[in-house]
Design a protein around this ligand. Sequence first.
Ligand code: G3P
Length: 216
Amino acid sequence: MEPEIFINFKHYNNAIGYNSEKLLSEFGTINNQKGLYYCIAATDLRLQKTFPSLKIFSQHVDSNSYGAFTGSISIESLKDIGIHGSLLNHSERRIQSSVIEETVKKSKALDFEIVLCVENLDEVKKYSILEPSYIAYEPPELIGGNVSVSTSKPEIIEQASKLCSGKTKFLVGAGVKTRKDIDISMDLGASGVLIASGIIRNAKPINMLFSLTDNR
Ligand code: G3P
């Protein structure tokens, strides 16, 4: 089975604005886009219209609808520009559990995909009952480093993937750098990975993505 790969552009300077467009254009040269998702900055989400064949996700979404909510990113406003999913509760953008519950519930009613990020096994247990589209397990201490979660915490990947119900797919992230990291995670029950620096901070992001996707 092909892995699902969520590429988080974060707020890296080489992945914002014009650079984001350039990266998406390069990533779009991969013919088989099945299972590839691009999580880009809010200010660049309109690029979904420029690249209609790419699956672009937001990096964050709020629970409110339209109205007097300055600075918010509603599911409604994302859907309006063709975005059908978002990360939620990323380690670098943590939110209250009551808001997580509200947002996941709303996402289902609006047919919007949520990749709910969690930091440990307790959070996998706590949130898997909400049945978001995905749960992504990312130990914060490994984020941005060179030790992958599949090397450092294989037993947690295995336990967590069992906790996710059939309706929720399980992803792992932090320190993912090689195809081997992805294959180990999948052997342990994950559907794929969430990756940032391994691709975005590589000198040749497109070559890195090719190597992770078996040059498909
Ligand atoms: O969202 C992905 C992430 O936090 C992992 O970052 O740089 O370790 O791949 P990185």
